[in-house]
Design a protein around this ligand. Structure first.
Ligand SMILES: [Zn+2]
Length: 327
């Protein structure tokens, strides 16, 4: 937790405050926004400074900070389509990743295609400079997290059909059971393939999906340790890579607990029957605003770093075309 004073002190140590007072009004306005947004004092829906960027920074790829509080320098774009995959929800502009993530996704898709697991649909990775989202993802900040739909296609979708695609749910959330009409061994094999990659640190799936994987027969079960249960991942799985070599400011997460994670831990996710639930207290619990930690210094510097020329020019051209069309 950070008080406003300690945020101020931290910004001061980063040289931002000195800047503000020496250069006048505009900088101060930026600072106030920074204090509010990066410090988490704003309302939940306020845009974060990271959402304004349309192009990555130049230079070598660097994942900075932790998965849930960091950023990404020198990001690479996952092309719209490649061997065995297509991007979905591209309009969100979250197809930037660390080079190691782009390579991982391309290799996974090519392998999945060879094994006849279908064409993959890759959703969010990170924004052009990574960083925090106003809502939705808590992680996906360093270009090392990616969401892949569990729905796969026999053939790539046409350009017309692609924006209309919707993922199939794999879990009946109310009944807390797998949806047998949508789930098959292809999904299980795809998750196993991804989890068996040495670059992968963790994979998040809905607890019901983890249960399904635990109950299947596997010759090698060691990869199950990396597959972690988490709510929300019932139509996609989330791949998290280790900190890449050369990203010295990247903060690795502790490894998952030892074992397959198929026993008591998985059981603890199962919703309790209504009779066992505590009765709700009459008094409404007052929600405190959640204070989010400041990004690491390396990320603060990135808020003002120049963009890659090619991407910046491409974005400017798109903007001109858009303006011309709307006139
Ligand atoms: Zn995700």
């Amino acid at each position: 937790m950070f008080s406003v004073n300690s945020q101020f002190a931290l910004l001061q140590s980063l040289g931002v405050v000195r800047h503000c007072f020496s250069e006048g009004g505009k900088r101060c306005a930026v600072l106030v926004t920074l204090l509010c947004v990066v410090g988490g004092l704003s309302t939940e829906a306020a845009a974060t400074p990271w959402e304004q960027f349309r192009a990555p920074t130049a230079g070598s790829p660097q994942s900075i900070g932790s998965y849930s509080n960091g950023c990404l320098a020198g990001a690479k774009v996952l092309p719209e389509q490649g061997e065995g995959y297509q991007r979905v929800r591209s309009e969100r502009g979250r197809y930037y990743g660390h080079e190691s993530m782009i390579t991982f996704l391309e290799q996974l898709s090519a392998k999945a295609k060879k094994l006849q697991l279908g064409n993959l649909l890759v959703s969010d990775i990170a924004m052009p400079r990574g960083g925090r989202f106003r809502s939705g993802h808590a992680s996906h900040q360093t270009g090392l997290d990616a969401d892949i739909w569990l729905t796969t296609l026999d053939q790539p979708a046409s350009q017309q059909a692609l924006p209309e695609l919707q993922p199939l749910p794999m879990v009946d959330l109310k009944a807390y059971r797998i949806m047998k009409d949508n789930w098959s061994s292809s999904q299980a094999n795809l998750i196993q393939l991804a989890a068996s990659d040495d670059n992968v640190a963790r994979i998040f799936v809905h607890p019901v999906i983890k249960k399904q994987l635990c109950e299947a027969q596997w010759t090698d079960r060691s990869w199950l340790r990396k597959v972690r249960p988490w709510w929300g991942h019932y139509y996609h799985f989330h791949v998290r890579l280790h900190c890449p070599q050369g990203s010295l400011q990247c903060k690795e997460q502790l490894p998952p607990p030892p074992g397959e994670g198929c026993g008591a831990e998985l059981l603890s996710w199962q919703p309790k029957p209504a009779s066992e639930k505590k009765t709700a207290s009459a008094k409404p619990v007052k929600k405190r605003p959640v204070l989010k930690p400041l990004p690491p210094a390396g990320c603060m510097a990135m808020l003002n770093a120049p963009a890659q020329n090619a991407d910046r020019d491409k974005y400017a051209k798109e903007q001109r075309e858009f303006k011309a069309q709307s006139q």
